[in-house]
Design a protein around this ligand. Structure first.
Ligand SMILES: [Zn+2]
Ligand SMILES: [Zn+2]
Length: 527
């Protein structure tokens, strides 16, 4: 059974009403991994409903958290806001009402285009509106119990007068620099003495004051537990490091049960995504988002990336070389879904079909897609005008010849546009080519290559113009000349593309006009 369905069934055994939560810290543009968190939650949420249970998918924006450092994508001036809660920060470009809106609106729109529409909840707003009054009061009154739990589970020791609350300093506006030390049942007294966030020192301003319980936040482990209890969360995907023994999840679960009398949610541990082997950090260079991915492979294929394997499976994404392979895996799943199971082991069929189904965004299609990503990659590059725009009529003409397609449907256009975007953005030079309208001037052929080309000139003119047959003719000619096929392919890439490598030759040549190809090969016999 697919892992999404396994979780949904386990949850339904526990009860029929569910809240599936996901959550993201807002310190800039949420990256691809944050989208995965929500996509996992959405899959389980939808399955519960499908099985007759009731479910809400809630996405908590952690906008009460203080800004720890300034990610590369933000202007340097943002250094003045370090330590302040995200919900108070301005829009970095001046285009919308707030920092949080600036980063969360496009993120949610991109997900919505993939039919992932969680209810977004601002954590800061929950504090401000008093929704957390009860849990904050409990936490403050039972501070010593929490201190013991922290110490027992994770070995972290707090000061005697420690309180689980970070007031927002009324003088400097920071939340990462304050220490609360007294609670009289109504107000919290604090000192802005400075704090540490990760590796960063957050200096305090020295202010002493007192605030109400809506003007600050609980420490993360307590807040997580408070949220589970307040919202009634029953399931939550989380980075698998959080679920280690003595880790955040265990601590929060105990707080949730002992202090708030609620059961902790079922965790769905997942592996972090790595980008060409490196962790997808929010503050390292450019952020790769779900929207970026959806634009270069379509939203369906992007979702497939998350559903095709267990959440705990290793997930490496490379926006350069891995893209056609990812698209190919998806197209393979599509063929399996529509009944062609010849290339997959029996025991994988059910999961592959289900992963495909989970990746759809507007109902199930009634037939496989018209053209593959790799095929479009080649055809689009043979149909670019001088400005680099796609000549879609030309693409259709080629597809009519190679695949008997008479009209470009919506899915093919979406895939074609994705291919073009990839070519224009992160595609490596290796996959790019341009058909040389004239014989490239500076190429050389050796004796073997010339012999092959001369033989091929005779053979190619008799071939039916289909990719497979063209490929066979090239291969057989190379064998007849007792030459390595690779060397012969290289000779053809040189005379058509002016470079040593290119896309699959059979497809490439089939997508070109037959007379043009025959003429160019004949011309090459004279080099
Ligand atoms: Zn803005
Ligand atoms: Zn201060």
């Amino acid at each position: 059974m697919h892992w999404v369905d396994v979780y949904a069934e386990k949850l339904l055994e526990l009860g029929s009403n569910h809240i599936i939560e996901s959550g993201t810290g807002i310190s800039g543009q949420p990256h691809l991994g944050s989208a995965g968190d929500i996509i996992y939650a959405d899959g389980i949420h939808k399955k519960i409903i499908e099985m007759g249970g009731s479910s809400r998918a809630i996405w908590a924006m952690d906008d009460m958290d203080g800004l720890r450092k300034v990610p590369a994508q933000l202007p340097k001036e943002f250094e003045q806001y370090i330590g302040q809660p995200a919900f108070k920060l301005p829009c970095p470009d001046g285009c919308c009402d707030s920092f949080v809106e600036h980063f969360t609106s496009p993120f949610l729109e991109e997900l919505a285009r993939a039919d992932v529409k969680p209810e977004a909840v601002s954590v800061a707003q929950m504090y401000i509106d008093g929704k957390y009054d009860e849990v904050v009061r409990i936490a403050l009154e039972k501070a010593s119990e929490i201190r013991v739990i922290f110490e027992d589970i994770s070995g972290s020791v707090r000061e005697e007068d420690w309180l689980p609350f970070f007031p927002i300093c009324q003088n400097c506006g920071k939340i990462l620099s304050t220490k609360a030390y007294e609670f009289d049942g109504r107000k919290v007294k604090y000192r802005c003495r400075g704090g540490i966030a990760g590796k960063a020192d957050i200096p305090g301003c020295g202010h002493e004051g007192e605030v109400g319980i809506r003007e600050g936040k609980l420490p993360w482990r307590v807040e997580w537990a408070a949220r589970w209890s307040h919202l009634g969360v029953t399931c939550e995907p989380m980075g698998k490091d959080l679920t280690a023994a003595g880790g955040t999840y265990e601590t929060s679960s105990i707080i949730c049960e002992q202090l708030f009398g609620s059961k902790a949610p079922m965790p769905v541990p997942y592996e972090f995504i790595v980008m060409s082997g490196k962790k997808l950090g929010k503050s390292i260079g450019r952020v790769l988002t779900f929207g970026d991915m959806a634009k270069i492979v379509t939203p369906e294929i992007s979702k497939y990336f998350f559903f095709r394997s267990q959440p705990t499976a290793h997930k490496n994404i490379d926006f350069e070389f891995a893209i056609p392979k990812l698209a190919e895996d998806y197209e393979n799943a599509e063929r399996v879904f529509f009944g062609d199971t010849s290339n997959v082991p029996e025991k994988e069929i059910e999961d592959i079909k289900r992963s495909y189904e989970l990746s759809q965004i507007s109902g199930m299609p009634d037939a496989p897609g018209q053209a593959s990503y790799s095929h479009l990659l080649s055809i689009i590059q043979t149909n670019l005008d001088l400005e680099g725009n796609v000549d879609w009529d030309g693409v259709l003409k080629t597809l009519a010849r190679t695949d008997n397609i008479t009209q470009l449907d919506e899915r093919t256009m979406a895939k074609g546009n994705a291919v073009k975007t990839w070519l224009d953005t992160t595609a490596p030079e290796d996959v790019k080519f341009a058909i040389q309208k004239e014989m490239p001037a500076d190429i050389e052929l050796n004796d073997d290559e010339r012999k092959f080309i001369t033989e091929l000139a005779g053979a190619i003119s008799k071939v039916n113009w289909e990719a497979g047959l063209i490929h066979d003719a090239i291969y057989e000619t190379s064998q007849a000349c007792e030459l390595k096929a690779g060397q012969c392919f290289k000779a053809l890439y040189k005379i058509f593309l002016g470079k040593n490598r290119g896309p699959r030759l059979g497809f490439l040549l089939a997508s070109l006009d037959r007379d043009f190809v025959v003429g160019r090969i004949e011309e090459a016999t004279k080099i």
